[in-house]
Design a protein around this ligand. Structure first.
Ligand code: ADP
Length: 306
């Protein structure tokens, strides 16, 4: 096989209470990437969108991932990649992870699946290091595996795929800039024991809710007493959107990754659409441009299409 095309999905990291340890893949939006093998050990990048991302391999998330794959290979081959991004960089719905995971999965397919899932995740994490300075896997793991992932540990890598009910997801991306580094820097370094206990309860409740298809438990557990109270300050309209979406029937939700996107989970499509109307109404009134998506949890992760 010399050429492959993949769809690489957006992802929601953290899932409210699971900072750095939980993530979920989305059916939409997704990036489209075409990868071919070339005879020289280098990476050639073509951007097929208007985001003006760097084409130098060392500065592009997908390039860094592919370079790390090349470094591991004995017979010196390289890659040519065409990237058509639909997930806006800096949106908080895993734009960098989609490039990283898509590149790693596509490369592994072209090479005859010589690497394990964990190795593919490790390659992809090199891309996250470039994008945010941290090798986190809470977008990468669900992007590759699909569904909901628990990242119990990074060192050593311990990823647990979780089953989940067929929920609908509504996303709003207010067009403001929240830099991942800023969103990390403002966090407090210490937590109160009482807050930690509440958070543990919520994380355990959320994971149990996913595994037992208990949507009410999922809704009750979507509470974050540690990160959200600090980070939400960076997102205008956050409290109002959250409150009104719940009134419209959403199970719950919060900041997607480090923001500025927000996500809400709903039991059915009509509720997810009503939630989207609420989001549109609030941001239209505040006067901030936005994008919305009504989608579902993607159970497949990066998908080979050709
Ligand atoms: P997101 O949460 O949407 O993934 P991040 O802030 O984590 O956003 O990552 C986006 C950053 O990574 C931007 O600064 C962008 O310029 C940089 N970047 C480099 N290459 C890529 C790529 N192929 N895809 C997305 N972002 C990239």
């Amino acid at each position: 096989m010399k050429k492959i095309k993949v769809h690489s999905p957006g992802t929601v990291a953290n899932l409210v209470c699971g900072f750095d340890i939980l993530g979920m893949a989305l059916s939409e939006p997704f990036d489209i990437m075409e990868l071919s093998l070339i005879d020289e050990p280098k990476v050639i990048i073509h951007n097929k969108d208007n985001f003006n991302l760097p084409v130098e391999a060392e500065k592009n998330v997908a390039g860094v991932v592919l370079l790390s794959v090349i470094e591991r290979l004995e017979n010196k081959v390289g890659f040519e990649i065409a990237i058509e991004k639909h997930i806006k960089p800096g949106s908080g719905i895993g734009s960098s992870a989609a490039s990283a995971a898509g590149a790693a999965v596509a490369a592994n397919h072209l090479l005859g699946k010589i690497f394990s899932n964990d190795e593919v995740v490790q390659f992809a994490m090199n891309g996250e290091k470039l994008a945010s300075g941290v090798k986190h896997a809470d977008n990468i793991a669900p992007c590759i595996l699909g569904g909901v992932s628990l990242i119990r540990s990074i060192h050593p890598l311990d990823i647990i795929p979780l089953s989940s009910p067929d929920l609908f997801v509504t996303i709003v991306h207010p067009q403001i800039e929240v830099r991942t580094s800023d969103a990390r820097q403002i966090l407090r370094q210490q937590v109160l024991l009482k807050d930690a206990i509440r958070q543990w309860g919520n994380i355990a409740g959320l994971v149990t809710g996913f595994l037992k298809n208990d949507v009410e438990l999922i809704g009750r557990s979507l509470e974050d007493v540690i990160i959200e109270p600090v980070r939400s300050i960076l997102i205008p309209g956050f409290d109002e959107v959250k409150e009104k979406c719940k009134e419209a029937g959403a199970l719950g939700g919060g900041i997607s990754g480090s923001g500025p996107s927000m996500f809400m989970l709903s039991k059915d499509k009509n509720t997810a659409i009503a939630v989207e109307s609420v989001m549109k109404e609030v941001y239209t009134r505040i006067g901030i441009d936005f994008n919305t998506y009504v989608t579902t949890i993607n159970k497949n992760g990066v998908e080979v299409v050709v």
